[in-house]
Each structure stands twice: as C-alpha cells, then as structure tokens.
Design a protein around this ligand. Structure first.
Ligand SMILES: [Zn+2]
Length: 495
C-alpha cells in the first residue's frame, strides 16, 4: 500500500551574538506543491527525499519549508509564520498521513525559543497525541546541529550529514528516508542522546581531520557491526549559539538494547577526549602567515588566506575588512577577495564598466568587523549576481540547492586587488561564484576566504597552501572572546 508522507522543514543556523535579527523577509518560503517544484533536481536534501519517495511511489503531502542563510536570532514574526502555517497544514492532513519527514538544520534559535527545533517537535508530538495519531517522525539534520534531549525525545529517528564540508547532505536525506521506510516494518526503536561538555569552534570540526575523522570512522564501524543500530550521528554542534544545549553531542537510534547504545556513545566520547587538542586549532596572525609565505619557493597556484572570523556560512555579515585592509598595506598584489556590501554595489551600478570609482567598502553591518576601506578601482563587471553551482555536491547545495543568488553584484579591480562585491552575502563554497563573475581564482596569488571548513571542497584543489588567519569578527575561532551567558559549565577553549 502506498504511504502518505507529510513533508516540511525549517533550516536556519542562528548566530545569537549578532545584533541584527533574522526576519521573515530573509527566508525563502515554499508552501504546498512549490516545495516539490522548487526542489526537484536541485541537489538539496529535499531533492533527495523526493527522489526516494517517488521511487517508493509514496505520496508526498507538502506543508511548509523555510530556509535562510546563517544569521542572527530569528524574530517573532518569522517563527510565528512558520508555526502557524505548519500546524494549519498538519491539521488539514493529519488524518491521512503515515509519517512526518522534516528537513531541519538543528541549530535554530528564535526570539521565544532557545531550542526552536526541540520545542517545535514537542508541539508536533502533543498535537498528534491529542488526535490519538501514532506515526513516525523522522528528521534529517545538519552536522552542526546543537542537539537537545527534547529533539531526540520527540522524534522517532534523526539522521545527520556525515561530511563537513557537507557534500553528502542529499545522500543523508536519502538515508534518513530509507530509515523511515524501515520504520514502517520495524516501528519499535529508541533514540539515545549524549551531550558532551565541549563547544568546538567550526575550524576544529572538519571531517577530514581529527577529532571528527576518528569518531566518524568508529561510529561507522559500530553501525556496520551491530545490526540493531540504525544510525549513530556525530554532531559537531554550532558554537555561536548562547544556549544551554550548545555543543558537541552524539546520538543513536537503535532497535536493540538502550544500554548498549549508551555504551557505544560513551566510547565515542572518549575518542573526542583523547583528541581534543585538535578540536581547538591555533591560527596565524597575518604577520606570521606573511613570513611563512615569504619563505615559500615561487608558486604557480594561489595561496588561501582563510578568515574564519567572518565565516559567512557561520552567520557573520561577509563584510569584515580587518584582514583585507591590513593586507592592502603590504606590497602583496594579485589579491582576490569578496565583500558583501549592497551600498557599494549600488554605487557601482550607477556607473559603467570601465569607469574609475572611489568607494568606502565593507564593515557596515556592525562595529565588530573592522572599519570601511577607502578604495580606488576600475569597474570590471556589473551583474545580477546569479550563478549555478559548479559542483552539485557543494556545501552550498545543502543550504540552497543549485541556483544561487548573490543579489546585484560588481567586480572592481586596481593594481593590487580584484574585489567581488555582492548584495546578498554568499558563502565561498563553490568556484562558480567567482568564475561566473569572470574572475579566474587560479590566476590569483592570494585569495581571502571567509569560511572555516566549508570552502575546502571548492578551493583546496586549486590552491598551493592555505593559512588560517586570526582577525576581527564574531565567528572568531577564539570562543573566549564571545560573551557566553547560558552555557553553564561547558568548555569553550583549552590551554
Ligand atoms: Zn553545517
């Protein structure tokens, strides 16, 4: 018999230290059939779900899906809009559905909910209980989710991405959907959540490196060796959320003994303990990096200067100037950078390609990301800022599918710098971003990358070296610089 699956989702990674809220306008919203229309074939987790469901001949009953780029706390209007629409739709269809499938991030904070997903899932459960409906609830989560006990208690199974950069987000959704399929046969499962005391900066949780690499390897072994285990999720957590549930956690869904599952998670936690030094990597000052660069032999490939403090994929505005302004004071040329600055773009668009223009660039979002740079340059390109991903499995596809919109954009160039200016901040996760604007990243000597890990699939292969640089910004890897209040005894740095 065919199954009717209610599909919805909300995707937001919330940086609670940013002063500007995330509003309803910041979200891409799809309701009803538009969810299927907009996502089919776009490489997103939703696309993965749709593919599996069609193969199974399931009927998808689409509710609401909202997603926004990482940014500040979600405001009341946006959380309310999602909640109201979701429960209207669920109320309309609940009598005829066999399961609920959700595409979530897992690190959303809204004005009224520190643990948005936990409270939302609890409300779904309460709603179903009132109606005496017992059906599985399965969710796919981002690897950076801050998983609360409430999220685990109110789902049948959650399944998280395994890779960071998230090249497997679509695959993870397919896996989560296949678990849902199994749950129709074997509905009796239990989940276990194991929170650790560690909050790790994004730079410490790439899956090509320890501690994530070793923990994931061991988790996979357990999944393969114990057929009772449906999945073990290794949750890096998202460090810029000042909430009680912030941090690294492990969770497991099992058909078997809960005690055995707990033991597995505890054993994985000891791997984290043994490799904890690697989770807090040290960064260079710009001066240190430049000394190292000077000692390198002549290179044919660019060098990446990674600027995690303005990691757009982590929520910051993408307009930090601290690193760029200091680099421009040196003799280096052949620099490529991207700054999000809608005002500067507008000024460029009031001129023509080839015109020389003088602009104040960047650091306009707040006072934590440097000062504007006064720049004289020639306009090389004006565009609508739309591009298609070069790599369909780019980390960006997990967030927004294949078609990306940077808003009106401009490229300006002077003797030292080629600068892409955007109007909608866009994480540097795919080479299509620069190439679509006629900038060949391989021609650069130095590329400034506003990211922590998510750029790696795109940029590591074209670069000779990369250096992580400590600079001003609210996605700093030095978590001691942030005014945490709600994390209790959790550890944010080690000596
Ligand atoms: Zn993530």
């Amino acid at each position: 018999m065919t199954k009717n699956i209610f599909l919805s989702g909300i995707y937001h990674e919330t940086h609670t230290f940013l002063s500007q809220p995330t509003t309803l306008n910041d979200f891409i919203i799809n309701i009803g059939d538009d969810i299927i229309k907009e996502n089919t074939g776009n490489g997103s987790p939703t696309d993965g779900f749709i593919e599996f469901a069609s193969k199974k001949n399931w009927k998808i009953i689409p509710g609401i899906q909202m997603s926004a780029r990482p940014s500040g706390t979600v405001d009341h209007e946006a959380e309310q809009y999602f909640d109201t629409t979701f429960f209207e739709k669920l109320d309309q269809h609940c009598k005829n559905i066999d399961a609920i499938f959700l595409i979530l991030h897992g690190a959303m904070v809204s004005k009224n909910h520190d643990d948005f997903e936990g409270d939302f899932l609890e409300k779904i459960n309460y709603f179903l209980k009132q109606k005496k409906i017992i059906i599985p609830i399965v969710a796919v989560l981002d690897l950076h989710a801050n998983v609360s006990d409430k999220m685990i208690e109110n789902t049948t199974c959650v399944y998280a991405y395994r890779k960071n950069p998230h090249s497997d987000s679509r695959e993870a959704a397919i896996k989560a959907t296949s678990i849902l399929d199994d749950l129709f046969e074997t509905p009796n499962v239990n989940q276990v959540n194991y929170q650790t005391k560690y909050i790790l900066p994004p730079t410490g949780v790439g899956t090509a490196n320890d501690p994530m690499k070793s923990i994931l390897q061991e988790a996979k072994k357990i999944e393969q060796n114990d057929t009772n285990i449906l999945c073990i999720n290794v949750m890096a957590g998202y460090s810029y959320a000042d909430i009680a549930d912030c941090g690294f956690s492990l969770n497991c869904c099992t058909k078997g003994d809960v005690k055995a599952a707990k033991k597995y998670l505890a054993s994985l936690a000891t791997i984290l303990e043994s490799k904890i030094n690697f989770a807090y990597p040290k960064e260079n000052t710009l001066e240190e990096a430049l000394v190292k660069i000077q000692s390198l032999p002549p290179l044919s490939k660019p060098i990446l200067l990674i600027e995690p403090s303005d990691n757009i994929g982590g929520g910051t505005p993408g307009d930090a100037t601290d690193l760029l302004s200091r680099l421009l004071q040196t003799d280096h040329d052949g620099i490529v950078a991207i700054i999000n600055d809608p005002d500067a773009v507008r000024e460029c668009h009031q001129n023509n390609v080839g015109d020389e223009i003088e602009l104040n660039i960047g650091a306009k979002f707040d006072e934590y990301h440097g000062s504007p740079i006064l720049l004289k340059a020639k306009i090389k390109k004006l565009s609508d800022g739309k591009f298609k991903l070069k790599n369909k499995q780019s980390h960006l596809a997990s967030m927004m599918g294949m078609n990306i919109n940077m808003g009106l954009s401009a490229v300006i160039k002077n003797e030292k710098l080629t600068l892409l200016l955007t109007s909608i901040k866009t994480p540097p996760m795919d080479l299509g971003q620069l190439i679509s604007q006629d900038i060949n990243p391989e021609d650069a000597k130095l590329i400034i990358i506003k990211a922590a890990v998510s750029h790696k699939d795109a940029y590591d292969s074209i670069a000779s070296h990369s250096f992580y640089i400590d600079s001003q910004g609210l996605c700093t890897s030095n978590l001691n610089r942030l005014p945490f209040k709600k994390i209790g005894a959790k550890i944010i740095a080690i000596d």
